[in-house]
Ligand binder design. Structure first.
Ligand code: CUA
Length: 336
């Protein structure tokens, strides 16, 4: 088999497992989901390059090892003599070839890194916040959602931060991964190429429910994103308070810890809570009326229910008064 033949078959094999040298593919491969952003191309190219080089050398080394073991094994009449101690050609080859490969890998990686690190100036900005254990996304008009909605074919810049520990915002289909670090901002960006829904994961172990820290990116077709944002951010104006409250319950993180079906979670269930006595951690009890619920949203540590840890973050500054009222109205509908 000629060198070109070997390389051709290898290239074919690499292509079959989805690592064509042409870069990102919209079809899912053995390794990665289908690419859905412009960033994917560079990342996939570098991945394919390193993978290809590793594969070629793996096969070459293993094949030579087998050949040499068989061919130069110890046999009677073929005693070992003095081996060569120096070979200038070989020594130059094993220095220059890896050096060239490393330079190519560095160049491709650095180029892609610069692309990933430099959002276009006109990018649409969305704030991303990680906390144990959910993501929230704040849009330029102040609306907060638990899913990331973006317009297709538009550069979107993410400014990430964290409430507590390090999380990592990861969208496999976009090949975007960036840490969310408490006490500082990190940035990332992408341009989605295909409308649809894509998985978001947390890629940094952040505690018990790390693996549940998932959400979705919704990529809207042209024109739909603005409509969605306007509708979504107008909850209180559009819906009766209790219904708006039900929506806020799921979108603003209450549902993460408080069930509405009587099951006990990180926090007490909301079912049958309103108007009933709550036993407190430090003894005594209190009636769960409007004022107690409001206080529990704004100063969760003040009166913690018995049997629960004081782990709820305050929603001061994150929920408007009208939103808290709507949530309380929703709680009133959850009879025992
Ligand atoms: Cu957040 Cu893992």
């Amino acid at each position: 088999m000629t060198g070109a033949g070997i390389f051709g078959s290898l290239h074919g094999a690499i292509g079959r497992i989805g690592l064509g040298a042409s870069g990102a593919s919209e079809a899912p491969s053995f390794w990665l989901p289908g690419a859905a952003s412009t960033t994917a191309e560079g990342v996939d190219r570098v991945f394919a390059l390193i993978y290809g080089i590793a594969l070629v050398f793996f096969l070459l080394i293993v094949a030579l090892m087998v050949v040499f073991v068989v061919r130069y094994r110890r046999r009677p009449g073929r005693e070992t003599g003095e081996g060569p101690s120096h070979n200038t050609f070989l020594e130059l080859a094993w220095t220059i070839v890896p050096l060239a490969l490393v330079v190519v890998i560095f160049w491709q990686g650095f180029r892609t890194f610069l692309d990933l690190a430099t959002p276009p100036a006109n990018a649409y900005e969305i704030l991303v916040n990680g906390q144990k254990w959910k993501w929230t996304f704040t849009y330029p008009n102040g609306y907060v959602d638990e899913r990331l909605h973006v317009p297709v074919d538009t550069p979107v810049r993410l400014v990430l931060s964290s409430e507590d520990v390090i999380h990592s915002f990861f969208v496999p289909s976009f090949r975007v991964k960036m840490d969310a670090v408490p006490g500082r901002y990190t940035k990332s960006w992408f341009r989605a190429t295909k409308p649809g829904e894509y998985d978001v994961f947390c890629a940094e172990y952040c505690g018990t429910s790390h693996s549940d820290m998932r959400t979705t990116v919704v990529v809207h077709v042209p024109g739909e994103f603005e409509k969605w944002l306007e509708g979504a951010s107008n909850l209180l104006a559009k819906l009766p308070p209790a219904e708006a409250g039900a929506r806020l319950y799921t979108t603003r993180g209450c549902a993460q810890c408080h069930s509405v079906d009587g099951r006990s979670g990180t926090g007490p269930t909301f079912k049958g809570l309103f108007g009933h006595p709550v036993r407190l951690r430090e003894g005594g009890s209190v009636i769960a009326d409007e004022n107690y619920l409001r206080e529990s949203v704004l100063a969760p540590d003040a009166k913690v229910a018995a049997g629960y840890q004081p782990v709820m973050p305050t929603y001061k500054g994150r929920l408007k008064d009208a939103e808290i009222t709507a949530i309380i109205e929703y709680l009133k509908t959850l009879e025992k």
